[in-house]
Design a protein around this ligand. Structure first.
Ligand code: ANZ
Length: 848
């Protein structure tokens, strides 16, 4: 690396970029096609680490690439700067979350400048600025007007450690997504966003994203929304005026229902028990208390013995008038479907387990041994691929679920079901829905796993909810001219988690005026989930300083949706689902003309250390800022890009910044060795070096678009080596092809090592930034494969010659040699003991 001073090169170009600000997006008069390239914005908790270094290296590669390709690129950066970690850190340090947050942001900005990220620095935003959260409040009120923001009392997820509620999406396997504490249920009145109203669109529009988003993310979103299709069926209840509706995906099995089960923690269960005997009431109460002590995980695990209480109440089956005993059991959840099920033990495993535990009848209504035309028979194959003889087929009697304990869930034909008898499952479902609809006792229905988005938080460091609670119990929006409703000063407030909002303790701040009557009123003490902030921030970048609106629609037409969105797969559900939802709401409001926010999504793998995820708690965090000190930013970026495919995890110990440094020094040396002037005629240069250069120029764009950044770096290394060879042992440093290669190297290297690329460009005699130079088009005549003559020897004698491409690899060359007629003849009957292949010129076989 002698002579190559990465550090001073970095300093020099960072200063020039800061001065000239060359990466600002072009304005309205810019006629180039546009690309909006966005990295998921960082959260300013502590310092940036190598995960960020990776993600933002990829973002910059994509942004720089499109600039070279002639696009007007918008590549902004901002901070997701509200949230719990800042508040917790502030509590620990006895500091103001505001001060801690903004100090971290300054450090981040410094790191990004040092990294050479080509942001449009004129568009910075922080979600904790009143100028930003003003528009969260505006958004909240628009959702409220449309009936999409509402308050309800219901059991919510409660993190006992952070002392705040969590959205379903923030509960991972029963634990708090942030701190890992086990989440409990608590009944509270909270604000919700009605994302369920958009469930179908959120699901159906995923089809548009196929091929543009990682398959895994699409699948996770589909599962999270979890649409089930079936029917709602109404059951009369003896001694109750109103019917009870159940949701079933198998309405075809209605004749096989033998009891009904309600969720013990539902209002319905309480009411049914209340109408029963004192004894039942007592047993129900005991059971309910034991259920409330269970965690979500316990409750949903299938391998637990079934428990429940008979309520001594009866439902009536609408199709045959049979009386169905009603039970309360914890395997039925209060907040799915209608919190009640018709139990069909013959065909549902959970119902069967319950029926066997409490001796309830089992009635088979689908004959799963009856063949269905069009169904694909499952033929099992043995290890050699020979079909296994299934032996004598089971009869229905062999399969009786009451005896075997195994529910019959497969295909079959209906029996014991009146007019449905003989139909396949699919046809029976259609028929029973028709019948129920005609009788007014049921209808086609869908059910979703997706719940409404709970957005209230009992914490300080977030957007105040812009609503007023009046003395007479009305809830009204804070008048628009009073927005933004700013957070009060944190000094003097008790921020420690205590289950109620710290803002409630800001007595002055809490005082409001009823906008209708002028009477004193109170503010809402809760703040919004910070995922509200990030659900629309990509639009705020279009005009981050606009004081009059969240974003101008005209700018949204120009710049949105985001063309390339880059970030971690940990946001596969939460953030991406919420952003998709809010985008659809803004579309419905007529403010934007697209329905999906991110046209393409790139998920990078994780950066690991010792094979495990880097994290503060494990103490194995490599900090971004310090990682750059020794090798320099260019080497870190290049090493990351070279480490492997974008979506793969990177083990930081295997990443060689030293190797990258050496390569960059070689590239720099090539530029300094060039002795020709910029006006040389390239066509007069060394033809084989020119071919290497032009192949890189031709192939790199496709490789970048497929995010094969590591391959592009490998190809750059190849070009630098080829150039070195011509300088040292070929036509020498004055050859025009050497200059051409060095210039192409600088341009492509700009994606990975922008400081060095600029330096090379200057050494090569150019003014202006290489980062803004249009991509050189490859000369097609130089892309035609050069061919060479290869000789094939057998035991030292030349037995054949082949015309092969100059870049042929060993395997292909050997294959062609073995297939050559003359070689085949001279090898006939002999055993090959050794093969030496030296592409592209020699293949040598030995037979003794
Ligand atoms: C009768 C039946 C017969 C059912 C059968 C299944 C098979 P997914 O696919 O997850 O949507 N169910 C409905 N509400 C429930 C609740 N709140 N808690 C627990 N289970 C509930 O599951 C839908 C099925 O789960 C519904 O269809 C219902 O049982 C049950 F052979 O109805 B089924």
């Amino acid at each position: 690396t002698e002579g190559y001073d990465a550090y001073s090169i970095q300093q020099k170009w960072q200063a020039r970029w800061a001065e000239a600000d060359p990466f600002r997006a072009g304005g309205a008069d810019d006629t180039r096609p546009r690309k909006h390239v966005l990295g998921m914005f960082p959260y300013p908790s502590g310092d940036l680490h190598m995960g960020h270094a990776e993600s933002y290296a990829y973002v910059d590669i994509v942004a720089r690439f499109w600039r070279h390709r002639g696009y007007n690129v918008l590549n902004p950066i901002g901070w997701d700067s509200f949230g719990l970690p800042a508040e917790n850190a502030a509590i620990q340090r006895g500091a103001d979350p505001r001060e801690w947050t903004y100090a971290n942001i300054e450090q981040h900005k410094k790191s990004f400048r040092e990294y050479g990220s080509s942001y449009d620095w004129s568009r910075i935003l922080h979600t904790s600025d009143p100028e930003y959260y003003h528009w969260n409040q505006w958004l909240f009120q628009r959702l409220y007007e449309r009936g999409l923001a509402y308050r309800k009392e219901s059991p919510v997820n409660w993190c006992p450690n952070d002392q705040t509620v969590l959205a379903n999406e923030q509960v991972v396997d029963g634990h708090c997504e942030r701190c890992g504490a086990e989440v409990i249920k608590k009944k509270l009145t909270q604000w919700y966003f009605k994302i369920t109203e958009y469930a179908d669109r959120l699901l159906d529009d995923l089809n548009q994203l196929e091929g543009f988003w990682p398959q895994k993310v699409i699948r996770m979103q589909r599962n999270w929304i979890g649409r089930s299709v079936g029917a709602d069926i109404d059951f009369e209840i003896e001694g109750r005026a109103e019917k009870v509706t159940v949701f079933s995906t198998r309405p075809d099995t209605l004749h096989g229902a033998t009891f009904m089960v309600v969720a013990p923690d539902s209002d319905l269960a309480a009411e049914l028990a209340a109408g029963s005997s004192a004894d039942v009431r007592m047993r129900f109460q005991d059971y309910l208390e034991s259920v409330q002590r269970e965690t979500e995980i316990e409750r949903q695990s299938t391998d637990r013995p079934k428990t429940g209480v008979f309520l001594d109440r009866f439902a009536v089956n609408p199709v045959n008038g049979e009386r169905l005993p009603i039970w309360a059991a914890d395997y039925v959840l209060a907040d799915y479907g209608h919190g009640a099920v018709m139990a069909v033990p013959a065909h549902d495993q959970r119902d069967l387990d319950f029926a066997r535990a409490f001796d309830l009848p089992v009635k088979v209504v689908v004959d799963t041994t009856a063949p269905i035309t069009g169904a694909i028979p499952v033929i099992e194959l043995d290890e050699e691929g020979v079909p296994i003889d299934p032996g004598p087929l089971d009869t229905l009697a062999d399969l009786d679920p009451g005896t075997t304990g195994i529910a019959l869930t497969g295909e079959g034909r209906l029996i014991n079901s009146g007019s449905l008898d003989g139909l396949s499952k699919r046809n029976a479902i259609a028929r029973i829905i028709e019948q129920l609809e005609a009788a007014g006792t049921g209808r086609a229905a869908k059910s979703y796993r997706l719940r409404d988005w709970l957005i209230s938080r009992q914490r300080f460091w977030g957007t105040p909810i812009p609503m007023i609670h009046t003395e007479d119990g009305r809830i009204v929006p804070v008048p628009e001219d009073q927005l933004p409703l700013r957070l009060p000063d944190a000094h003097g407030l008790d921020l420690a988690p205590k289950g109620t909002s710290p803002l409630g303790g800001a007595t002055q701040w809490m005082q409001a005026t009823d906008p209708e009557t002028g009477e004193p009123a109170l503010r809402d003490p809760d703040t919004m989930d910070t995922f509200v902030d990030s659900s629309w921030y990509f639009l705020r970048f279009l005009a981050p300083n606009d004081p009059d609106e969240a974003f101008p629609s005209r700018e949204a037409d120009r710049w949105a949706p985001v063309d390339s969105y880059i970030g971690g797969v940990e946001h596969a559900i939460l953030h991406l689902l919420y952003a998709r939802f809010i985008t659809k709401v803004l579309f419905d409001m007529g403010l934007i003309d697209f329905t999906e926010p991110f046209s393409s999504l790139i998920n990078q793998g994780m950066v690991l250390l010792d094979g495990s995820k880097m994290s503060k708690s494990k103490g194995n965090l490599v900090e971004f800022a310090s990682s750059m000190i020794d090798p320099g930013a260019d080497a870190v970026r290049t090493a990351i890009a070279f480490a492997g495919p974008v979506e793969d995890d990177i083990n930081w110990e295997d990443v060689s910044t030293t190797g990258a440094q050496k390569f960059l020094a070689r590239a720099w040396r090539v530029a300094t060795d060039v002795t020709s002037e910029p006006d040389v005629v390239w066509a007069e240069g060394d033809a084989s070096l020119r071919r290497v250069t032009h192949r890189l120029l031709a192939d790199a764009p496709g490789l970048v678009e497929q995010t094969k950044f590591n391959v592009v770096v490998a190809r750059l290394m190849e070009l630098v080596n080829a150039t070195r060879k011509v300088i040292d042992t070929g036509a020498g440093p004055a050859d025009p092809a050497v200059r051409e290669a060095a210039e192409a190297t600088a341009m492509v290297l700009d994606l990975f090592a922008p400081h060095l690329a600029e330096e090379m460009w200057e050494i090569l005699g150019y003014d202006g930034f290489v980062g803004l130079v249009p991509w050189r088009t490859a000369d097609p005549t130089l892309l035609v494969e050069e061919s060479v003559t290869a000789v094939v020897q057998v035991d030292g004698k030349v037995r054949g010659t082949l015309q092969v491409p100059a870049r042929i690899d060993a395997a292909e060359l050997e294959r062609l040699a073995r297939a050559d007629e003359k070689v085949v003849r001279s090898l006939a009957g002999r055993e090959i003991t050794r093969v030496v292949v030296r592409p592209p010129k020699v293949v040598s076989f030995s037979t003794h």
